[in-house]
Design a protein around this ligand. Structure first.
Ligand code: CNA
Length: 249
């Protein structure tokens, strides 16, 4: 990343009062959680000849819960993952009251761990799990440490509150997320291929002044952006934090 890019991003953030961050799996790769579509991502692997999209579908969950959980525990739960510089920088922006909210496709809960409160988790969270029979709630540890299919005391199957392929997004989360994007003066899109719908299309609600894309690979939003940075998003925000610290001294 050039110093010019960091400076330009700093300038955009400095003149913005209503920033929204729209992120995806690439925000958490620096925390050790693989994404789907990068070369080392989950889509480059196969699970008993099945694609992750098939295994993570609602149909597969109900037809083959044991296989679903085998995949899910190995590939979607990362109990030791911690927020990286990108999560921490965004928590700082919310404290400064210039970040309206985070709209994320991630299910790892790391934005909340970093201290952000206004987080719209479009695809749910691995941290919340519900018994399909009685509605009781469970933490991710109950799923992680169960043998086979995790079950409630009532005998019901426990399901993670994540949006599986084939399931609709939560209406109230979508309404909140789209309202934030529509009212933002700056939208920062990062760590997402913008290929999962309907989430990806929400960025076209943006009517504000500055559109920034930070992503290792090209995205469909690049052509509309004022600033495109093709770097590791954690490195970008770490450099920005450093620059802002130095300029305060
Ligand atoms: P994706 O389709 O895998 O795309 C990730 C994008 O991020 C790619 O374009 C990469 O080039 C880019 N990228 C990867 N690492 C970095 C990095 N360090 N800095 C900058 N860019 C990077 O993932 P999307 O989020 O676009 O797809 C949405 C899916 C992925 C959602 O359904 C998620 O639930 C799902 N997912 C979430 C997690 C998580 O919660 N951490 C992990 C894996 C998949």
């Amino acid at each position: 990343m050039t110093a010019e890019e960091t400076w330009r991003l700093h300038e955009i953030i400095a003149v913005s009062k209503q920033i929204v961050f729209f992120g995806g799996a690439g925000v958490s790769t620096a925390s050790g959680i693989p994404d789907f579509r990068s070369s080392g991502g989950l889509y480059s692997q196969e699970f008993q000849g099945l694609s992750p999209e098939t295994v993570l579908s609602s149909t597969f969950f109900y037809l083959h819960p044991e296989l679903f959980y085998d995949f899910y525990r190995k590939n979607m739960l990362f109990p030791s993952a911690r927020p990286n510089a990108a999560h921490h920088y965004l928590a700082e922006l919310e404290k400064r009251d210039v970040l309206r909210g985070i709209v994320t496709q991630n299910i790892d809960g790391l934005h909340k761990d970093a201290g952000n409160i206004r987080v719209y988790e479009l695809h749910g969270s691995v941290r919340e799990n519900t018994c399909l029979e009685c509605g009781a709630s469970f933490p991710s540890e109950s799923v992680l440490h169960a043998e086979g299919i995790p079950r409630c005391d009532c005998g019901g199957v426990i399901k993670p509150n994540v949006v599986l392929y084939g399931e609709p997004l939560e209406k109230y989360v979508v309404i909140g997320a789209r309202r934030e994007i529509t009212n933002a003066d700056t939208l920062i899109i990062a760590g997402t291929s913008l290929s999962v719908e309907p989430a990806a299309s929400f960025v076209s609600d943006f009517r504000g002044k500055h559109l920034v894309v930070i992503n290792l690979d090209p995205t469909p939003a690049d052509s509309r952006a004022d600033l495109v940075i093709r770097e590791n998003v954690a490195d970008v925000f770490a450099a920005l934090m450093e620059m802002e610290k130095e300029s305060c001294q």
